[in-house]
Design a protein around this ligand. Structure first.
Ligand code: ADP
Ligand code: MG
Length: 374
């Protein structure tokens, strides 16, 4: 396959969720077809795609069939096994490269990579045995966060340790999975930066945004983050250097903490479009999804700039899904629904965006008012 991909080429997306759905819509606008690999019969991405390969992410025959039907492979779901990734990469160009996914799949590999790239993080220790947890708590202190190294999302596979009394039960709950103990950061706010990098090394990053979680699930994103200019510059710089150090092709989100002193610490990286970048669909000339598709297709990257400031609100679970008619009826809210049939608790069903003139994101009061249909 030659890059840039000509129009009507087929982009293979591993994963059938809403990130895939919004990637498909962006790809369609650039004249590309998408083939989705998912085990889910009626998936958010599959509903809007050119084709679906239905089957397991780990099944070699399924991966072969999928690869045969596409020109390039990318991901909206990152937890494909090393063998699966290697098989795909032996058949078609895989962007971002399997090595990039391997970094984000394991918190210890991830934190070690960040350290080697000169990016500050919370202090951490590898934990395998109870005795190692005890030793790590002496070094890290309390409070601390114990996490599984793999397959965590939306705060799953984590326990906060407030003191020695919490060790045994937290360890029992998470063991025998490999674990990492992290210093608890008493953050002033959580932010993220989405960066895009092309195959020629061209790189561009959106401004940092602020992310507010509820029950460990992203609730609201404010673009831009209301942080000091120094912290905003530091955050963008971290994202740009991470993308370069990974030799990334595609987009990547870096989740970060800003502490009370304005210090920026990286927490996680996600080598794909990210929930904290959904606002870019409505507030930017080229969204995170368009930048991702452009990067993996070998097209030039426009700058990651916004024409508007924005507030994005996720619609999570049955209660917020039930607000849909009100979202539609409220002037100024830009609605997005993901096509999921069942609104289970904690499930991301859709989101809406509200735009403000650039530089005119309101204060706390106005943000509450903007969300006040709830
Ligand atoms: N070291 C930490 N200090 C303080 N809060 C943390 C720490 N690690 C995680 N958290 C909180 O838990 C949330 C989820 O943790 P994260 O590491 O992003 O895992 P995931 O998103 O994969 O579930 C973070 O967004 C943050 O609010
Ligand atoms: Mg996270």
């Amino acid at each position: 396959m030659t890059f840039p991909l000509p129009p009507n080429s087929t982009i293979g997306i591993v994963g059938g969720g809403q990130l895939g759905r919004m990637s498909v819509l962006a790809a369609a606008r650039l004249g590309y077809r998408c083939q989705i690999l998912t085990p889910e019969e009626d998936s958010p991405a599959g509903q809007v795609a050119w084709g679906v390969t239905l089957g397991d992410y780990e099944h070699p025959a399924t991966l072969r069939e999928f690869a045969a039907s596409v020109d390039v492979v990318t991901f909206e779901f990152e937890n494909v096994s090393v063998e699966g990734l290697n098989l795909l990469a032996s058949l078609k160009p895989v962007r971002p490269a399997p090595a990039v996914l391997r970094v984000s799949q394991d918190r210890i590999v991830e934190k070690s990579f960040l350290r080697d790239a000169g990016v500050p993080t919370a202090r951490w220790r590898r934990v395998g045995l109870m005795s190692e947890l005890e030793a790590a708590c002496v070094e890290i202190g309390f409070p601390a966060v114990l996490k599984t190294t793999r397959l965590g999302y939306d705060g799953k596979g984590q326990a906060i340790l407030l003191g020695p009394q919490d060790l045994a039960s937290a360890f029992a709950t998470l063991y025998p999975k490999p674990l990492i103990l992290e210093e608890f950061i008493d953050f002033a706010c959580e932010i993220s930066v989405i960066v895009a990098r092309g195959s020629d090394g061209q790189v561009t990053a959106f401004d940092a945004v602020e992310n507010r979680h509820r029950d460990h699930i992203l609730d609201v994103t404010l673009a831009p983050a209301q942080i000091s200019e120094a912290a905003a510059i530091e955050a963008r710089g971290i994202a740009l250097s991470v993308a370069g150090a990974l030799d990334l092709i595609g987009v990547l989100a870096v989740e970060m903490f800003v502490d009370a002193g304005g210090r920026v610490l990286a927490n996680e990286i996600a080598p794909r479009p990210h929930n904290s970048g959904h606002w870019t669909i409505d507030a930017c000339p080229a969204s995170q999804f368009e930048l991702h598709i452009r990067a993996i297709a070998g097209l030039t990257l426009p700058a990651a700039t916004r024409h508007s400031d924005a507030v994005m609100k996720n619609l999570v679970g049955p209660e917020e899904a039930a607000l849909w008619p009100r979202v539609l009826a409220t002037p100024g809210l830009i609605p997005h629904l993901y096509g999921k049939l069942e609104a289970r608790p904690g499930r991301k069903m859709g989101h809406f965006t509200r735009l403000f003139p650039r530089g005119a994101l309101p204060g706390e009061f106005g943000i509450q008012a903007a969300l006040d249909i709830l």
